[in-house]
Design a protein around this ligand. Sequence first.
Ligand code: KG4
Ligand code: ZN
Length: 346
Amino acid sequence: MTNPFDSAIGLDPNLVVLGIESSCDETAAAVVVGGREVKSNVVSSQVDLHAAFGGVVPEVAGRAHEQRITAVLAEAMVEAGVEDSDIGAVAATVGPGLIGSLLVGVSAAKALALVWGVPFVGVNHLEAHFHAALLDAPDVEFPLVMVLVSGGHTMLVVLVGPERYRLLGATLDDAAGEAFDKVARFVDLGYPGGPAIDEAARGGDPTAISFPRAMMKDGYDFSFSGLKTAVINHVRANPDVSIPDVAASFQAAVVEVLVEKARRAARDVGATGICLAGGVAANSALRAAVEAACVADGLGCHLPSRSMCTDNAAMVAAAGWYRLQAHGPTGLDVGADPRMAISFLD
Ligand code: KG4
Ligand code: ZN
């Protein structure tokens, strides 16, 4: 069996990495040894702060990160039972994300790396999400099809090997999580919308309303904005409609498109399995559908635990360990990059 961690360049299984995540609305720090052994994973969520606004307010997020980062870092170190001198590198998300939020984590990471005399490693948030799936299933064989579904991104990617990714498709408009959040807001289910729709859908009939499955047969790209509009139009035209039925039918439409394309991709590239990553990967209907598809198609099914789906710093530390082994430290002159892209293979 191929272990992705065995092929890392200059592998150091004992290197202790402190990871920091602050790209959006979670202030998080974690200690991970050798890219896979999670010693601590502390997340301070700002959900309550933003709920009143129905979405993340960048200025509020940046200030909250600044107020919480020191305590979160201290908690991660104490929980892991490590001293300053045990840390071999400090990794932080440098992008993509909100600039004011990113800067807090990046500045903290650089300061600690400088004071402790250890490497700083700048990590791409989306690559960190890929590593979350591998952290929970380290003994996987490549290639793998990765479905990354978060509040800001929807991508279908082939993991050719560690640090080697090929982009198959992405959303042309709304991200999957964004569609969940917007639909939930429209039907007054609250914020964040994904978990609220997931919960409401349990009491609904997923076949009650036939919402469109956009671009089902066209390549690997996605489009969720038409689906969101179809839900809004249906609710406006049928004010007495059952909200659980709307939630379940909307969720079924999102899930069917994601799973159909992932299955096709797995067949086309000869993948050994399908992985999920990102906040929407916590969705119970999506997880059940991917599991059923993998059983039917004889594929490995790699579903990160729910705490690994949403933003956390263990995935940043793991990605940082990998990046450090493969590419060396990041210069302290490299800053936060709100629009950072992944370098995909051609
Ligand atoms: O990856 P993430 O924590 O943050 C980034 O966007 O990077 O993803 C957050 C997204 C939100 O849109 C949220 O509504 C969605 O993940 N989400 C879910 C569920 N839990 C979180 N969507 C559907 N079902 C869920 N159970
Ligand atoms: Zn994320």
